[in-house]
Ligand binder design. Structure first.
Ligand code: C2E
Ligand code: CA
Ligand code: CA
Length: 716
C-alpha cells in the first residue's frame, strides 16, 4: 500500500512515545505502508522534531515523562504549520478524561492502547486524506476571499427575523467601520441616496413577494461620506420543507467601472476642446429625434455652421488661442439656444428639449431643431446664430469677430435618415460657403428662394417702420338706414420710396410670420387712436375708427397692457375705437381672456371676414362681440347666387337676435345696397361709396357725405 502525499514524496510520520517497543512496533507497521517514520521519546523532543522535520502526521502518546502528550499537542498547534497537522492521540482504554482533554487541546483523533498496529497505517492514511481535503477547501476559500477582495464583491444572506448576515469582505467593500450598520434593512436603506431608495425597496419587496430575484445598481454612501456605486444581485431561496424563504445576494462595488465607462463615453461622444456632443453623439441624437418627429408628424431641421475667422487665430496666435475661441463659441451658442440648463432638465426628463447643439470638429458646429413649423423660422434661427457670433470675442489683448456660414437641411423635405440629412446639410453648407459673406443656404433651392424673399422683405419692413414709411388710409362705413357715414376702417399702406404705395396683401403675412406685426400693430393702433380724436361727422359727433388686428399680434403676452397704455397716452375715447378680429383668433381659447379685457376697456369688437373661416353661426353667441362683418365674397354674389343671399340673410337674422350689428364689406354697386337694406343690414362699406382714402381726403369725404345726408331726401 503506497501513499503519496501532494508533492509525490512519502508522508512523514512522527511517533512520540516513551516506550521504545511501542515506537518500534509503529515503525514496523508504518514503513511498509510508505511512511517515513521519525521517533521522539517525550513531549519536549517531539516539539523539536516537529519544528525540524515538518511531519505530515503526528502520533502522540498521552502518558509521557518530561512533557506529556496533551501539553505537546497543545504546543504543536501553536507552532508554524502546526494548526492543521493531523494529531492522533494514544490513550488508555478507559481513560475518558484524557480522551476529552485530547479534543480540547486540538487532537484530530484518538486510538486506545494497546494499539492495533495492523490498522494503524490505515488509520493514519484516513486522517491524512481528510487533511488533504480540508487543505484544499481552505485553499479554495482563501482563493475565493482573495478573488472577492479583488472584485470588491461580498455576499449576504437575509432570513426574516435574523437580519442580514454579511460576508467578512463586506466591511471593506462597503467601507464601513462595522457591519452592524447594515445588519438590518432600515439601516441599510439609510445609506442609500434618496433618489435610489424607492427602486431598491421595490425590488426587494417584489423578490420577497414573488419569490424571485433581482439585479440592480444603486448608490451607497458610507458614514464618512464616501459615495459608491454598487451592483446587487439577489435570489430568493425557498425551503420547501420549512415553508420559509430567505434572500441571498452579492454586492459589488462598481464605482470604478462606472467612472471608467463615463470617461470612455466622454472620449467617444464628446469633443475634446469644447466638451460638446461630437458627431457620433449628434448622429445618435438625430436618429432619436427623427423617430419622434415621424411619430409626432413634425418637422426637424439640421443646421450646420462653419465659422470663418478661427483659422487666422490659430495661425497667428497658436492653437491654444484658437481652442479658446471655440470654447467661447460653444458657450455663446449654448446660452443662445438654451441648451445648457434646459438640456440638463431634459435629461432629467423634466422638460422637453427642442434644440441640440453639437461640435462636429474643427470650426464646424451643428444644431438640431425639432418641432419646426416653417423654413422661415429656421432661417431666422440661423440669422440669430450669425448675429450672436458676429459679436467680438475677446482674447485678452485682442478681439476677433467671427463669420459663420450655415447650411440647412429639413426633414421631411430633404431626407428621412440621419446620414442623408447630415449629408444634405453639408451640401447646403458647401453652397453657402461658395458665396462670399455669411450666407445661409437651404438644401432645397425652392426653399432658398421663398425664405429669402421673405427675409429680405422682413428686413425692409423693419426699416420702413423705423423710417416712418407706413401710412394709414381710411375707408368709411355708411349707415344703410340714413346714409350717414358712421365710421372708418383703418387700412395699412407702405409708402415705398421707389415703388410707391404698397398694399398689405404683399407684406402683412411676412410681418405676421416674423413677429414684426407686434410693433407694427402697436404703431397702427396708436396712429389710429390719435386720428380718432380729429375725426368727426362734421358737426362734432365722433366717428368709429376700426382697426384690423391679426391673430399673430396675440403672441404678444402683454398686448392688453400695451393697448391700454396707448389709449391712456393718446387720450382716445375707447368707445370710438373698434377692433376687427378674425375667427381663427377667437378659436384659440388662450386669446379669449385678452379679448374680454379689451372689450371691458370700452373697445368694440367686430368679427371680420365672417363666413370665410370655420364659420358656424353658433359661434356668434359664444364670443364677446359687438358686430359682425360679412365677407365681401358673399356680398359679391348676393344678387345672383341664391346661396349667398340665403347666407347673408341668415347671418343678419341671427346677429340681430343676438343684438349684434351687421356690416357688409366690399359693396360695389347700388343693387347690392338695395338688397342689403331690404335684408335689414345695418352698415355697408366698399368701393360703391369710396376706396380707402388718406386722412385729409377721408375727413373731407366724411364731411361732404354727412352734409348730404342731413339735406332732405338724401340719396343712399
Ligand atoms: P380686410 O380686413 O378684409 O380689409 C378689406 C380689404 O378689402 C381692404 O384691402 C380694402 O381696400 C378692400 N376693399 C374695400 N372695399 C372693397 C370693394 O368694394 N371691393 C373690393 N374688391 N375690395 C374692397 P387692403 O387694404 O388691401 O387690405 C387687405 C387686408 O390686409 C385686409 O383685409 C386686412 O386683413 C389686412 N390689413 C389691412 N390693413 C391692416 C392693418 O392695419 N392691420 C392688420 N393687422 N391687417 C391689415
Ligand atoms: Ca377688416
Ligand atoms: Ca374682408
Amino acid at each position: 500500500m503506497q501513499l503519496n502525499y501532494r508533492d509525490e514524496r512519502d508522508p512523514i510520520a512522527l511517533i512520540v512515545d516513551d516506550d521504545s517497543t511501542a515506537r518500534f512496533m509503529a515503525r514496523q507497521a508504518l514503513e511498509p505502508a510508505g511512511f517515513v517514520v521519525h521517533e521522539a521519546g517525550d513531549g519536549g523532543s517531539a516539539l523539536h522534531a516537529f519544528v525540524t522535520l515538518h511531519p505530515d502526521i503526528v502520533v502522540l502518546d498521552v502518558m509521557m515523562p518530561v512533557m506529556d502528550g496533551l501539553e505537546a499537542c497543545a504546543r504543536i498547534r501553536g507552532l508554524p504549520g502546526g494548526a492543521h497537522t493531523p494529531i492522533l492521540m494514544l490513550t488508555g482504554l478507559d481513560d475518558t478524561a484524557s480522551i476529552n482533554r485530547a479534543y480540547e487541546v486540538g487532537a484530530t483523533d484518538f486510538a486506545t492502547k494497546p494499539v492495533n498496529y495492523v490498522l494503524l497505517a490505515h488509520r493514519l492514511r484516513y486522517l491524512l486524506r481528510a487533511k488533504i481535503t480540508a487543505d484544499a477547501l481552505r485553499e479554495s476559500e482563501a482563493r475565493l476571499t482573495n478573488a472577492q477582495r479583488i472584485a470588491k464583491l461580498c455576499h449576504w444572506e437575509w432570513e426574516p427575523g435574523h437580519g442580514i448576515q454579511w460576508s467578512a469582505e463586506a466591511k471593506t467593500v462597503l467601507g464601513l467601520p462595522s457591519l452592524d450598520l447594515v445588519r438590518d434593512y432600515k439601516r441599510l436603506l439609510a445609506l442609500i441616496p434618496a433618489e435610489d431608495q424607492a427602486k431598491v425597496q421595490a425590488a426587494i419587496a417584489e423578490a420577497w413577494k414573488q419569490g424571485t430575484g433581482f439585479g440592480l445598481e444603486h448608490g451607497l454612501e458610507s458614514p464618512n461620506g464616501v459615495f459608491r456605486t454598487v451592483y446587487q444581485e439577489a435570489e430568493c431561496i425557498k425551503d420547501e420543507q420549512m415553508g420559509s424563504c430567505r434572500l441571498v445576494g452579492t454586492l459589488q462595488d462598481v464605482t470604478e467601472r462606472r467612472r471608467a465607462e463615463k470617461q470612455i463615453e466622454r472620449l467617444v461622444y464628446y469633443e475634446k476642446t469644447t466638451g460638446l456632443p461630437n458627431r457620433a453623439l449628434l448622429k445618435k441624437k438625430l436618429a432619436e429625434l427623427l423617430v419622434e418627429a415621424k411619430r409626432e408628424n413634425q418637422g426637424l431641421a439640421i443646421l450646420i455652421l462653419d465659422l470663418a475667422g478661427v483659422k487666422p487665430v490659430n495661425d497667428s496666435f497658436g492653437r491654444s488661442r484658437g481652442d479658446q475661441v471655440l470654447r467661447q463659441v460653444a458657450k455663446r451658442l449654448t446660452e443662445l439656444l438654451d441648451c445648457g440648463e434646459q438640456a440638463a432638465l431634459a435629461r432629467a426628463g423634466l422638460q422637453e428639449q427642442c434644440m441640440f447643439l453639437g461640435h462636429l470638429g474643427g470650426d464646424e458646429f451643428c444644431v438640431l431643431r425639432k418641432g419646426v413649423e416653417s423654413a422661415e423660422d429656421v432661417a431666422l434661427l440661423a440669422r440669430r446664430i450669425q448675429n450672436e457670433l458676429a459679436q467680438p470675442i475677446s482674447l485678452g489683448d485682442h478681439e476677433v469677430c467671427l463669420g459663420c456660414s450655415v447650411g440647412i437641411s429639413i426633414y421631411p423635405e430633404d431626407g428621412g435618415d440621419p446620414e442623408q440629412l447630415l449629408k444634405h446639410g453639408g451640401a447646403a453648407l458647401h453652397s453657402a460657403k461658395k458665396e462670399r459673406g455669411n450666407q445661409v443656404k437651404f438644401f432645397t433651392p425652392a426653399m432658398n428662394q421663398r425664405v429669402f424673399r421673405s427675409l429680405i422683405l422682413e428686413a425692409q419692413l423693419r426699416k420702413a417702420l423705423q423710417l416712418g414709411q407706413f401710412v394709414l388710409h381710411y375707408q368709411p362705413k355708411v349707415d344703410l338706414k340714413d346714409g350717414k357715414a358712421v365710421g372708418v376702417e383703418v387700412l395699412l399702406r407702405w409708402q415705398h420710396p421707389t415703388r410707391g404705395l404698397v398694399y398689405p396683401g404683399e407684406f402683412i403675412s411676412v410681418a405676421e410670420e416674423t413677429g414684426l406685426i407686434g410693433p407694427l400693430g402697436e404703431w397702427i393702433f396708436r396712429a389710429a387712436c390719435e386720428r380718432s380724436i380729429a375725426f368727426n361727422d362734421g358737426d362734432g359727433t365722433p366717428l368709429g375708427v376700426a382697426v384690423n388686428i391679426s391673430a399673430a399680434q396675440f403672441a404678444q403676452k402683454d398686448l392688453y397692457w400695451r393697448f391700454a397704455k396707448v389709449l391712456e397716452l393718446t387720450g382716445a375715447d375707447p368707445r370710438c375705437m373698434e377692433l376687427e378680429i378674425t375667427e381663427s383668433l377667437l378659436l384659440d381659447a388662450a386669446n379669449l381672456p385678452t379679448v374680454y379685457k379689451l372689450r371691458k376697456l370700452g373697445l368694440r369688437i367686430t368679427m371680420d371676414d365672417f363666413g370665410t373661416g370655420y364659420s358656424s353661426l353658433g359661434y356668434l353667441k359664444d364670443f364677446p362681440l359687438d358686430s359682425v362683418k360679412i365677407d365681401r365674397s358673399f356680398i359679391k354674389g348676393i344678387r345672383k347666387d341664391p346661396a349667398d343671399a340665403a347666407i347673408v340673410s341668415a347671418v343678419i337674422g341671427l346677429a340681430h337676435s343676438l343684438k349684434l350689428k351687421v356690416v357688409a364689406e366690399g359693396v360695389e354697386n347700388e343693387a347690392q345696397v338695395e338688397v342689403l337694406r331690404a335684408m335689414g343690414c345695418d352698415q355697408a362699406q366698399g368701393y360703391y361709396y369710396t376706396r380707402a382714402l388718406g386722412a385729409t381726403e377721408a375727413q373731407l369725404w366724411l364731411n361732404g357725405r354727412n352734409q348730404l345726408a342731413r339735406a332732405p331726401k338724401a340719396p343712399a
